[in-house]
Design a protein around this ligand. Structure first.
Ligand code: B12
Length: 243
């Protein structure tokens, strides 16, 4: 079904209305933008004009959504409570706001049986204009020889203090010229800063210095830092302590 521009805008508006108050951000994209930068093995099998929305969590998600979620689900043991909280929120947004629309939801942590991620979160964030994906190839005359350096997205407002959570694909909703691709903000402009960013993300990501590569408007609260710096196996004990 080719949708009128109004329908595309309406979908994006409704997703935003549901998710923004919980500390998420949403960015529309066309599947064709994503597939255009990837080899066929990573393509998503939809028409190139199909509407998708990439969902990020800003620093405020933890206090706005996750802490209240923990209070509601105090005695239930969730596999990963943050993932559970995000997937509950997104799936109820989809089922309540789009009951008649087929929406395929892919989460950042979901893998195919061959261990390939269901979607490449950083590529989706970049092509949607949400956060610039700095890769090894973005550093001229790169100094690492044949060593593989993983890339990292930097958001113009949150620096590295955010996560890419999900991709929602609105099957059959096709967008025409009304959805125009906007490049992401390039806030780590110099070669030296990009070298520092990739080294920080690859060689000592545990100290989180990569997240502060630019000055951010907000970052994780002390409680959120404590949570994410606790190994996953010990987080349940921490949550009990928070009561
Ligand atoms: Co991790 N991880 N990870 N991770 N990880 C993710 C990358 C993600 C996005 C998760 C999230 O936000 N929810 C974040 C990064 C956020 C950000 O960028 N700001 C993340 C994080 C934060 C971490 C950690 C810091 C731990 C943590 O706090 N969670 C550490 C960092 C350690 C490190 O990298 N040194 C961490 C560790 C790992 C391990 C376990 C090591 C693995 C392997 C890392 C890796 O491959 N990057 C890991 C994985 C597997 C992932 C995961 C699930 C998939 C990444 C992947 O396999 N990519 C993602 C979530 C997701 O995407 N679903 C999180 C496949 C490779 C082949 O993709 O390198 O981008 P690629 O290559 C493609 C692009 O180059 C593209 O084509 C290539 C494919 O052919 N391409 C493009 C080609 N040309 C062009 C041109 C343009 C313009 C574009 C846009 C793309």
């Amino acid at each position: 079904m080719a949708a009128a521009g109004g329908h595309v805008d309406e979908v994006v508006r409704v997703v935003g209305e549901r998710l923004l108050p919980s500390g998420f951000e949403v960015y529309p994209l066309k599947i064709g933008w994503y597939n255009a930068v990837l080899p066929p093995s990573f393509h998503l099998p939809y028409h190139e004009d199909t509407l998708a929305v990439v969902v990020l969590s800003a620093p405020a998600m933890f206090e706005k959504l996750f802490i209240p979620f923990l209070q509601r689900h105090r005695r239930e043991a969730a596999r990963d409570p943050v993932d559970q909280c995000v997937s509950d929120t997104i799936s109820s947004c989809v089922s309540q706001s789009f009951p008649k629309q087929e929406v395929d939801v892919m989460y950042d942590y979901e893998m195919h049986p061959n261990r390939k991620p269901k979607f490449l979160a950083q590529t989706a964030a970049h092509v949607a204009g949400a956060a610039y994906y700095y890769q090894q190839c973005d550093v001229p005359n790169q100094p690492w020889g044949s060593k593989k350096m993983f890339g990292v997205c930097i958001h113009p407002r949150w620096g590295g203090w955010f996560a890419i959570r999900a991709l929602l694909v609105f099957r059959g909703v096709e967008s025409g010229a009304e959805l125009q691709q906007a490049p992401p903000v390039d806030s780590v402009g110099s070669r030296q800063q990009r070298v520092e960013l990739l080294e920080s993300f690859n060689l000592h990501w545990q100290d989180w210095a990569y997240r502060d590569i630019i000055r951010s408007e907000d970052s994780y609260s002390p409680r959120q830092r404590e949570y994410f710096s606790t190994p996953p196996g010990q987080r349940a004990t921490l949550l009990q302590r928070w009561g």
